[in-house]
Design a protein around this ligand. Structure first.
Ligand code: KG4
Ligand code: ZN
Length: 367
């Protein structure tokens, strides 16, 4: 069975073809550069880009996968949650192809795509407690099996990825913020700054207090945080030259613009402390849920699950409690169409199909 899927829920255009368990092709066109100059995602620009990119990617996956549309058994697209005008592009293309070729159409929930991505390589979905951590969502789900989901807890304010992105912006780091903070955190001390871990006894999450704590800490380090435009911070190795740098001719003169110099060590320690606070919250709540609902398996997915520290610490915590742990492979963590094609193929096998009149839903719920 061959499934072609489109994912256009936000600022990434993605198309993939899955034949059985074999991924024939998977293409992603990122729009980060298009939105960067506006300091955030502009829906109108996102949908216009999807309209340009989707036909190009369709042509490319057909070429790479050596497939003609008439060989595809079903067409799928993300139908929510996401930006309405972006969702419409992918869904309209998939519907048009399904009608044109006379094959089924499947409307797929983006979050179900993330949720099932840890099973991509082995195919069978087992009962588990699943942590979905992305730029738009942070939730714990009790998974009974395909299409059997119960919400355990969700964020009451920012998503974990959103907290990474906002703090990175305050620190003058690039977008997306998660990978930038992770890079910095590798050389930092996670115990240097004492940052809050909110709502630890609840099944829900809250990250806005943590973000605010970083904002209040910055002036004490000599930085005036600017969340809208991003803080003007320059980071240097150390303010005093090291012995082995004396001969390098490096200049430690103050910067010519009005940016603030933040010692590299302080920056790295702050990133490590912030990352550790998020990891502590995610690990603690996930393990508590797994024990409460008495499952043997814990899964993690979504963009933030690319984070190596989260994977390592959640994996270690599961091992200590005798729980099996499965994470989506790193290339499947951030938004992609392979996870949508995989979800569609499992659903198709289980007898699900959508009407071509089914609407997109920007607030589509998973459970
Ligand atoms: O799943 P995704 O691609 O999009 C949504 O559905 O939201 O997730 C994107 C989010 C961004 O907030 C990004 O900063 C975060 O995932 N992210 C990370 C890492 N890589 C991506 N967060 C922490 N560490 C990472 N290595
Ligand atoms: Zn996503």
């Amino acid at each position: 069975m061959t499934v072609l899927a489109l994912e256009t829920s936000c600022d990434e255009t993605a198309v993939a073809i899955l034949r059985g368990r074999e991924l024939l092709a998977s293409e992603i066109a990122s729009q980060i550069a298009e939105h960067e100059k506006y300091g955030g995602i502009v829906p109108e620009i996102a949908s216009r880009n999807h309209l340009v990119q989707a036909p190009r990617l369709l042509e490319r996956v057909a070429r790479t996968g050596k497939i003609d549309m008439s060989n595809v058994d079903a067409f799928a697209a993300t139908s929510g949650p996401g930006l309405a005008s972006s969702l419409m592009i992918g869904a309209s293309i998939a519907k048009a192809l399904a009608i044109g070729v006379g094959k089924p159409y499947l409307a797929i929930n983006h979050l179900e795509g993330h949720l099932l991505s840890p099973f991509f390589s082995d195919g069978a979905v087992k009962p588990n407690v699943s942590l979905i951590v992305s730029g738009g969502h942070t939730m714990l789900i009790r998974v009974h099996g395909l299409a059997g989901y119960e919400l355990i807890g969700r964020t009451v304010d920012d998503a974990a990825g959103e907290a990474f992105d906002k703090v990175a912006k305050m620190l003058g780091l690039g977008y997306p913020g998660g990978p930038e903070i992770e890079k910095r955190a590798r050389g930092g001390d996670p115990a240097r700054f004492n940052l809050p871990r909110s709502m630890l006894d609840s099944e829900n999450f809250s990250f806005s207090g943590l973000k605010t704590a970083v904002r209040y800490l910055l002036p004490k380090l000599g930085v005036i945080p600017n969340e809208r435009e991003g803080s003007r911070i320059r980071s240097v190795d150390h303010l005093a030259p090291k012995r082995d740098q004396k001969s390098s001719g490096r200049s430690f003169a103050p910067p010519q613009d009005d940016s603030v110099i933040l010692d590299d060590r302080v920056m790295n320690d702050l990133c490590a402390s912030f990352q550790q606070a998020i990891v502590d919250i995610l690990v603690r709540k996930t393990i508590a849920a797994a024990r409460k609902y008495d499952v043997d398996l814990v899964t993690v997915s979504g963009g933030v699950s690319c984070n190596q520290e989260l994977r390592r610490q959640l994996g270690a915590a599961c091992a200590r409690k005798g729980l099996e742990f499965k994470s989506a492979e790193p290339w499947l963590c951030t938004d992609n169409a392979a996870m949508i094609a995989f979800t569609a193929s499992l659903r198709l096998q289980a007898g699900f199909e959508s009407k071509v009149t089914e609407e997109i839903d920007p607030n589509l719920a998973l459970a």
